[in-house]
Ligand binder design. Structure first.
Ligand code: SF4
Length: 121
């Protein structure tokens, strides 16, 4: 058995969670003040996920870069691959906030969307 200590990031309370694992498999969690913390802890040790926020190039816009965000969480282990993919993406202004910039990035079932709108100049 081993234990891992982490802070829950699901709300500002930031409860300190102690997760017990057996050969890498989730056994139990303590320290959570609500069920969301237990779910977070189990996911974090078995299949961690993160939102992705970055930028892509934009042609003809007010600024050279457009902030983008994943529409849902992505596997933590795929974030670097997604960022590398997005480095080669260029969109054209105008763009509205929420427009899909990349659909189903890397086949992961998650869209990358514009974090803000940008006018054409
Ligand atoms: S365990 Fe519940 S109360 Fe504690 S930080 Fe997570 S979501 Fe918030």
């Amino acid at each position: 058995m081993e234990t891992k200590v982490m802070n829950c990031i699901m709300c500002p309370m930031g409860c300190e969670l102690t997760v017990t694992l057996d050969n890498g498999k989730f056994v139990s969690v303590t320290g959570n003040s609500c069920p969301r913390g237990a779910k977070y802890a189990e996911t974090e040790v078995t299949d961690p996920k993160r939102m992705l926020t970055t930028t892509v190039r934009i042609k003809g816009g007010l600024l050279p870069l457009l902030p983008v965000v994943s529409a849902d969480v992505l596997p933590k282990g795929k974030i670097a691959d997604c960022v590398a993919f997005l480095r080669n993406v260029t969109v054209e202004a105008p763009v509205q906030a929420g427009d899909v910039v990349v659909s189903n990035i890397l086949g992961l079932g998650v869209d990358i969307i514009a974090g803000r709108g940008m006018e054409k100049i």
